[in-house]
Design a protein around this ligand. Structure first.
Ligand code: ADP
Ligand code: MG
Length: 255
């Protein structure tokens, strides 16, 4: 589809945990090709929204449509197959596996799924395995980790673990990538590298939803920013406009 058309449309999303409305009637419209920021104080519902969009949580009410199709009733794996990839607020890697294999895990859907299939289709399996390996290497290079393919994930510095998670998410060849606080805990030089990578991801045509506390990152990357506070969307617009919004300033000062 064309840039600028709506890729993701969440409407009236309510996510209730007992008496808590973690999301309260939230609409979110993300244009294809954009970097869409999702900001708000701690506990405002940002990660919950990401969990709703990726099928980890089933919203109490409301709907989510991706590329014109409802995601209702789909599992996280099915939503991923449709082109929605994500990273987590807390890095989730296979620590004892190499960087390369962590990315190959993200490609696993292209493999035969059981050993009998592998045995019956061995030449094809080996061909696919080799292709997956090459693609994983290309993704590692894309995020600047080409030299570290053989390192165990747990031995990588934290900033590089976050980049590895992004490479793994990209292995799905997503249309939409959701990044939950990718700059958290990164050093200043790592943040500069991360910014450039997110730009490159967008230039490759991938739409991005970016949850981030580093305002300079949000302001320099995002086309549109939505602001949550206590589960409600309190502002939305261009980054400069949103930053100057009184409700937004108050939400951050009050939080
Ligand atoms: P943010 O990512 O903006 O910091 P979260 O989405 O993680 O905020 O959390 C929003 C609110 O929902 C918080 O009050 C949090 O404690 C609550 N919450 C999130 N997930 C759950 C859950 N699985 N069960 C109960 N409460 C939850
Ligand atoms: Mg969060």
């Amino acid at each position: 589809g064309a840039t600028g058309e709506q890729l993701l449309a969440a409407s009236g999303v309510l996510m209730q945990f007992g008496g808590l409305k973690a999301l309260n009637n939230v609409d979110l419209n993300v244009r294809r090709g954009s970097i869409h920021g999702l900001i708000g104080p701690n506990g405002s519902g940002k990660s919950t929204m990401m969990n709703v969009l990726t099928g980890i949580y089933t919203p109490t009410a409301g709907s989510v449509a991706f590329a014109g199709h409802s995601l209702a009733g789909l599992s996280p794996a099915q939503i991923a197959q449709r082109g929605v990839a994500r990273t987590f607020q807390n890095v989730q890697l296979f620590g004892e596996m190499s960087a390369l294999h962590n990315v190959m895990v993200g490609l696993h859907h292209s493999f035969r799924s059981n050993l009998i299939d592998v045995a019956l289709h061995l030449p094809r399996y080996l061909r696919e395995h080799r292709a997956a390996r090459l693609r994983a290497l290309a993704l590692l290079r894309f995020v600047g980790l080409g030299e570290l393919a053989g390192e165990e994930a747990r031995n990588l510095p934290y900033g590089q673990q976050r980049l590895l998670e992004i490479a793994r998410a990209l292995a799905l060849d997503p249309q939409l990538l959701l990044l939950d606080e990718p700059a958290a805990g990164l050093t200043a030089p790592d943040i500069v590298a991360l910014r450039a990578i997110i730009q490159k991801i967008r230039e490759h045509g991938v739409t991005v939803i970016l949850i981030e506390h580093h305002m300079d990152v949000v302001m320099s990357l995002c086309d549109t920013v939505s602001v949550l506070d206590f589960g409600q969307k309190i502002a939305e617009g261009g980054p400069a406009e949103v930053q100057a919004n009184e409700k937004v300033i108050e939400a951050y000062l009050g939080g």
